[in-house]
Design a protein around this ligand. Sequence first.
Ligand SMILES: [Zn+2]
Length: 402
Amino acid sequence: MKKSRTLVRAALAMSIVCGGCDAAPDEAAGEPVTTTAGRTVTFEEFLGTVHQEADGVYVYDGDMSAYSIGELRQAWERMYPPNGALTAFPYNAYADDVWPDNKKLNITYCISNNFNNNKQAVINAMSVAGAAWAAKALVNFVYVPSQDANCTSANTNVEFDVNYATSTTTLARALPPSTPRELRTLTIYSVAFNPGTGWPLSGLLMHELGHALGFSHEFSQAGSSCTESGGGRPITPYDSGSIMMYPHCGGTNTSALSQSDMEGATQQYGSRVWTNAVSPGGCGHLPAGKGLDRGQTLWSCDSRFYLQHALDGNLRLYKVTYSPTGSSHTAIWSSGTANQAGYGTYMQTDGNLVIYTGLGRYIWHTNTYGNPGSSLAVQNDGNVVIYSPSGQPLWSTGTGGQ
Ligand SMILES: [Zn+2]
């Protein structure tokens, strides 16, 4: 109960921020729900490589299976991300590489005594770097000094060890969450302690902890001399101020997380700003003060349509077609907000439907504020409508008549 009240108050506060703001242009119904800009392979080209088995299962990338066009699209988004965004390391075709919920608030580490005279500086910089990621996202890095005397990659009392090695070229390295423990070392090399590297130690460790949280490099095709392969899912728009950039690739910041870094982290791990998104009750109706969290859906009461706040931050309306071999899910409308770190969709008590990032920044809304008590309906005719308390339609997706 306490969390619900907190959200409603937060939504009220946000509605003031968003009153009168310019809405992002809606994506027209029937258009592709994900932009192909910046991708090396369009979805249509990808579909040309897919074949469908007699039982309806789609087979792609040799031997990978998908059970709907929606799943195929997710697989394509992961296999061919646009360059430049804060990007999550892939765990497999469907999932990002992230710390699980039972570990993300207690990511423990030790710091090797081999740092000698530099050890206190490492302790301090790790504390600053960990606190930077934990300021807005629901993660905690926890230093366990009692393990320092035995701080090797074989130490399973901590999630990772911070160790020292010599190098004249590499500053530091770290690996994503799913890495086996015996390889999950954050290494700081000798050259990182020299002056003139361009990276304060705390900024360098913010970058490495970004890798440890599952983020890859934010290299851009625009104005950057660097490219990188390896796939991954873009989470945010391109940001040259990301800590996951390199200065020689066009990066402008080596000392602090950018807003998009923090918004990307809240996408993956949850937000300290939005303490909890509230899921809808029942079918077909999203009342004032309720919202859809990442991945949550609101179905029409005849189960033919559903509205989903997708993992990529896009609000999508799907039509489901049932057949003896299963069901296919077709997106018939979207908010056009994929990969902008949209954290949740909220039906505010002022009548506005708003998509916010994990920092409480709006990225899309229906411009229907000033109508307190309004609510949203996912109708059996395929239309999604916001109605005033007197039953007057204020906004719709324009997808009715199905
Ligand atoms: Zn890096």
